[in-house]
Design a protein around this ligand. Sequence first.
Ligand code: GLU
Length: 333
Amino acid sequence: MRRRGRLAPSPTGAQHLGNARTFLLAYWSSSANDEQLSLRIEDIDSPRVKPWAAQQAIDDLRWLGIRWSGEITVQTDRTRRYNEILSFLRRRNRIYPCVCSRRDIEAAASAPHETGLHHEGPVYPGTCAAWRDGDRVPEGRPLCWRFRVAPGNWSFVDTICGPQSIDVQSKLGDFPVTRKGNPSRSDDQLYPPAAYQLAVVVDDIDHEITDVVRGDDLLASTLRQLQLFDAIGAAPPRFAHVPLVCGSDGRRLAKRHGDTRLSQYREQGVPPEKVVRWAASVSGYPLEHLSPGEPLESIHQDVIDSFSWDRLPKDPIILDRHRGPGPNTVAWR
Ligand code: GLU
């Protein structure tokens, strides 16, 4: 079976240097493994999605010289499929309607960015968990559907981070698989829009994804998603969670660390080769043997030809735009 990978930008804002580095690693590893790489736009987080951001992400990826194949998938086109899976899970009593008004229900639309297996929010206490399929779905107040996680330790071996294991039930808890909404009783409108965890798993199953490369802030999500793969009856892909690019305060690169938007570099006439060489050098591929004028395509080919996850530094990359390189610190000038 042909291996398949995917790029999955969220158009909730501009893509920055940190995103570029993760996308480039996904591209290099998929090319090195002769995978088919697809692109899907994770636009289900409607309150946060920006109308310009999907096209901008596509333009950024093209500018970086990243190639994918096939049609671009858009998650908001797949509501019907997500609802089918929700009904499947409901009939097996793996999800239940939850009327609790907790902040983590609101937050479920997007990928939760966590530290390692550490979950920052409270663990859901199971207030609504007694519901069984056939019971009345609460009406007249907003609800989300929550996944009933299975007990015991759940484990996987990450290509980069090694063995990971956690008791999902006690450490992470039952998690939302839809956003919060006011669904009606008719079967096709029983569910508010799908949340991140569900959409990602259904997409990866339907697109026969065998290899996922993404930021290591989604490690805990992977443990949740393994339970969803299992409940749906599908084999999970292989995962490689990449250490993130962080700002000088050690937190995930964001706006507050300065403007590292790819679109901004593009507008300023910064050559994409500069970004690609930077991403390669902070990922274990210094490329000093290549001439300064080396074309984009052959920079990519050089990394792909020698690609190995063993070369990737295991610690987060600290991007300090002001102080220049220090231990573990990389400059962008
Ligand atoms: N769209 C998610 C993000 O940009 C990535 C989700 C995934 O790779 O599973 O954070």
